[in-house]
Design a protein around this ligand. Structure first.
Ligand SMILES: NC(=O)C1=CN([C@@H]2O[C@H](COP(=O)(O)OP(=O)(O)OC[C@H]3O[C@@H](n4cnc5c(N)ncnc54)[C@H](O)[C@@H]3O)[C@@H](O)[C@H]2O)[C@@H](O)CC1
Ligand SMILES: Nc1ncnc2c1ncn2[C@@H]1O[C@H](COP(=O)(O)OP(=O)(O)O)[C@@H](O)[C@H]1O
Ligand SMILES: [K+]
Length: 502
């Protein structure tokens, strides 16, 4: 699904209003109803609701929400913050519609801010996507007092003060919401780790924005939904044989890190590869033969480190390289040979990323349109460089993908995929239980298997990352986030495939 900028969201609102022949206040009413639908499921009418409204349409939403909640027997109190003389038309309309019974207080200066009762629910309707400068003055005072209150805060559309699609200047106050209920589509800001404390848990409520507008609008930002990846998955043909599902090679493992090779190999097999060969340092031979009997194992001539390529590398459809390999000189040399000679796609992870990141020569040898990198944030920094902030990191990633014509899978809570043609996809599966050693090796195995099965590199990234996170989400239900291990993620991979196919 596409992600829209604040400006595109405004255009989508205006287009929808015109297309449906309604007024902007009708759309606001729809938005308020959608918000209230979510709110009713979350909070009981026994809880007092304190709604803070700014001067724009976000404040207008807040006023409409106040009216609708009062109709549903919530005890509502409204605060109008700042100078409303220049308030938006729909704000004014909804202020007129606000029933007399709802107490409303005008906060004009700092002294007007009072402590809220314990247990109250706060609704933040100060600013939404129309925020156009850092929040200061009275608004900042209100935000700081709400943040200090320890009360549960639900933000309408955006946590007030947070920029929708660019870096918020450090001096601006930002609401620290527990929940953000946003209209129709998530906003770019929700996907960046630096915003966790502001956005909290986010939810989307549909408000019927024009499908045709969204289909036509140009963007390079996407987030992955089940619908986006489900249709990519290809069923197997009845008369098919293992030769049709690719022969993958994994160059993986090192002394003390043979487990990385085992995890990547097991995940690769569970992700449907036809044949798998693993090359490990000689000491790992028995380990791999025992732990992964389905795979063929080659022993490197070096006991402790990978130092050579198999004789016939051309016969493999894909090569996954990196988990557990270390950065010894012999390994660097072998990796250089691989980049210089590989004819097939490469999935490059872990120390293979670190080796390439430290050498401009190796970067220069990257075969175009053939490489997928799967770095975690530290490896990303070694490969691409340090970025000023998480927005710049996205653009630095795209520059790197464009220059080297490669794919980058930046791992994290919303694993972010960059493509050589300039698209960014945010994944939506996965959980903090996966923050445990070895889960990255599992991802390498999955993506390698998918490339081997002839999925395009973009498809393999999207599907692989989605399924890996989904397996983690299914594992979460069974073992919880604290006990989860990388092996659990592999164990739930079959269910992830089944769920996506269902
Ligand atoms: N018809 C529509 O366009 C719809 C809009 N909706 C709501 O409208 C919101 C966007 O409304 P607006 O575009 O009016 O924008 P906002 O309500 O987000 O804020 C804009 C207002 O705040 C002022 N402002 C911006 N930054 C400020 C700052 N730092 N300090 C003080 N004042 C500041 C602006 O001058 C303007 O008056 C959305 O987030 C959503 O909540 C929804 O009702 C859905 C329909
Ligand atoms: N908080 C989190 N939420 C969702 N996914 C996570 C989280 N932490 C880690 N993961 C996922 O787990 C994997 C960890 O990979 P990595 O850091 O390379 O681990 P390792 O090197 O130990 O295998 C990545 O796919 C990442 O997206
Ligand atoms: K808000």
């Amino acid at each position: 699904m596409k992600l829209l900028s604040a400006a595109q969201t405004r255009e989508a609102d205006a287009f929808t209003i015109k297309e449906e022949g309604m007024s902007s206040s009708d759309l606001m009413e729809r938005a308020a109803r959608a918000f209230v639908g979510w709110f009713e499921n979350k909070f009981q009418p026994t809880q007092a609701v304190h709604i803070f409204c700014g001067p724009g349409n976000n404040g207008g939403d807040g006023l409409a929400v106040a009216r609708l909640l009062q109709q549903r027997n919530y005890a509502v109190q409204v605060y109008l913050v700042g100078d409303n003389s220049k308030a938006s038309a729909d704000f004014k309309l909804n202020l007129e519609r606000l029933p007399q019974e709802i107490p409303h207080q005008h906060l004009k200066e700092k002294q007007d801010i009072t402590a809220l009762p314990e247990g109250a629910c706060v609704v933040d309707a100060l600013f939404g996507t129309g925020l156009n400068r850092p929040v200061s003055g009275l608004y900042a005072e209100v935000i700081n007092s709400l943040n200090g209150s320890n009360l549960t805060i639900t933000a309408i559309d955006m946590p007030s003060g947070l920029y929708t699609d660019s870096q918020t200047p450090a001096e601006g106050a930002i609401v620290q919401a527990n929940y953000t209920v946003s209209f129709q589509l998530p906003k770019l800001a929700f996907f960046l780790p630096q915003h966790e404390a502001f956005v909290g848990e986010w939810h989307i409520v549909p408000i019927g924005l024009s499908d045709s507008f969204i289909a036509a609008v140009e963007t390079r930002l996407y987030f992955t939904t089940p619908q986006d990846v489900r249709h990519l998955l290809r069923p197997r043909k009845k008369f098919s044989h293992k030769g049709l599902y690719g022969h993958a090679l994994l160059l993986s493992g090192g002394f003390g890190k043979m487990g990385a090779a085992v995890l990547a190999a097991r995940a690769c097999l569970r992700a449907g590869v036809g044949l798998l060969t693993i090359q490990v340092p000689a000491t790992g031979y028995t380990v791999l033969q025992t732990a992964v009997p389905e795979a063929m194992t080659l022993a490197d001539k070096h006991r402790r480190h990978l130092s050579e390529l198999p004789k016939e590398t051309d016969k493999f459809d894909v090569i996954g390289v990196g988990p557990g390999i270390g950065t010894e000189r012999v390994t660097k040399t072998a990796l250089g040979q691989l980049l210089a000679t590989a004819s097939q796609p490469l999935v490059v992870d872990a120390d293979a990323i670190n080796i390439i990141g430290s050498s401009d020569k190796l970067k220069g040898q990257l075969p175009p349109d053939k490489v997928i990198f799967t770095p975690h944030p530290k490896e990303f920094e070694r490969l691409v460089g340090k970025s000023n902030n998480e927005y710049d990191r996205l653009y630095d990633m795209l520059d790197f993908c464009r220059v080297y014509r490669c794919y980058v899978v930046l791992k994290g809570n919303n694993t972010t995929i960059g493509t050589p043609d300039g698209k960014i996809f945010f994944n939506t599966t996965g959980n903090a239980g996966m923050a445990t050693g070895g889960t990255g090796d599992v991802l390498t195995g999955i993506v390698t298997a998918l490339v081997g099965q002839n999925y395009s590199l973009e498809e393999a990234c999207l599907l692989g990352v989605y399924l890996h996170g989904l397996a983690g989400d299914l594992a979460l239900k069974a073992v919880g986030e604290i006990s989860m291990t990388a092996s659990d993620v592999i164990d739930f991979l079959p269910q992830a495939f089944l769920k996506l196919q269902a």
